[in-house]
Ligand binder design. Structure first.
Ligand code: SF4
Length: 314
């Protein structure tokens, strides 16, 4: 076919082609228009269902939150109770480090180190601690026991109060008998001895010559006892061993602004006095001088310890 012929055929077909397109064209929007209302109809149909699901879920959420809330509060309460305990234990540890590093009293520093070098024959092969002694026991103690000072070849050797000497044997046996210690004796600081609700500290933290600190040494060491007592706000009862410790504790309480009676309560075995929120109970010190002479017997000590235990609610 020649070019002019082809053009003629297209021209002849042109109006027809346009006619077909025009016929099809209105059809397309009609289909779209028909489909368009259908879509919102589906969405509209789906929407209430979705809302129904959301509405069903909505009340469920607070219910879940409400159910979780008491549990969360329980956890919070447990954490709140735990927090002071953890802080107290950490503060006692920090205090321990300070005590162990103290060199405030020249006479006592010289003595504790001399004893550690010049050992007695029976401990010749043992290492000596030869430093001050921190408190030992339960950081949440309800009963604080305050002694005089470490023994030269007891605590000053083993590194723990009342550990490795006759006074300790006496004390641990009584504590164990009353369920306040997990064993009746202790010879070494690393033996795992555990006290229940009880902590033990001393008025003076270094072993003194002849077991006798000077007044200046007592006063120099008093801040350690004061801080330990302050941290142990759980300890409502203080069992004080001996008149030296009794007077040291009274001075600490008076310095802290506690209502210490005037004249000051006198020490005696079984003496009991309430000062502020604490109760002091006195006992003869379980030193060999007292226990060997019968001034303090195991039943006497057990009785006074049982009284202190009862007062502390242990
Ligand atoms: S007795 Fe107390 S104040 Fe004196 S050196 Fe020992 S720890 Fe320090």
């Amino acid at each position: 076919m020649s070019v002019p012929e082809a053009l003629r055929v297209e021209r002849a077909a042109g109006p027809e082609a346009l006619r077909v397109d025009r016929a099809a064209a209105p059809e397309a929007p009609r289909v779209e228009r028909a489909a368009a209302p259908e879509a919102p109809r589906v969405e509209r149909a789906a929407a209430p269902e979705a809302l129904r699901v959301e509405r069903a879920a909505a009340p469920e959420a607070p219910r879940v939150e409400r159910a979780a809330a008491p549990e969360a509060l329980r956890v919070d309460r447990a954490a709140a109770l735990e927090a002071p305990r953890v802080e107290r234990a950490a503060a006692l540890e920090a205090l321990r480090d300070e005590i162990v590093g103290c060199f405030r009293c020249p006479r006592l520093v010289a003595w504790r180190e001399l004893v550690a070098l010049d050992k007695v024959a029976r401990f010749r092969d043992e290492p000596y601690w030869g430093r001050p002694l921190p408190g030992f026991g339960d950081p949440d103690a309800r009963l604080l026991i305050v002694g005089l000072a470490p023994a030269a070849h007891g605590g000053n050797r083993t590194g723990r109060v009342f550990t490795g000497d006759a006074s300790g044997d006496f004390l641990w046996a009584a504590l164990h008998e009353l369920g306040l210690a997990d064993r009746p004796s202790s010879r070494r600081a690393d033996d795992g001895l555990t006290l229940f609700g009880v902590r033990i500290a001393a008025a003076v933290r270094c072993a003194p010559p002849r077991n006798t600190p000077t007044i200046e040494e007592r006063d120099a060491c008093a801040p350690f006892l004061a801080r330990e007592m302050d941290l142990l706000d759980t300890a409502s009862v203080v069992l004080v061993l001996g008149s030296f410790g009794w007077n040291a504790v009274l001075r600490v309480l008076a310095a802290a602004g506690e209502p210490v009676p005037v004249p000051r309560p006198r020490f005696g075995h079984g003496a009991t006095v309430r000062i502020g929120r604490r109760t002091l109970v006195g006992s003869y010190h379980p030193s060999q001088q007292n226990t060997f002479t019968g001034k303090l017997t195991p039943p006497m000590f057990r009785d006074v310890l049982a009284r202190a235990k009862e007062l502390a609610g242990l």
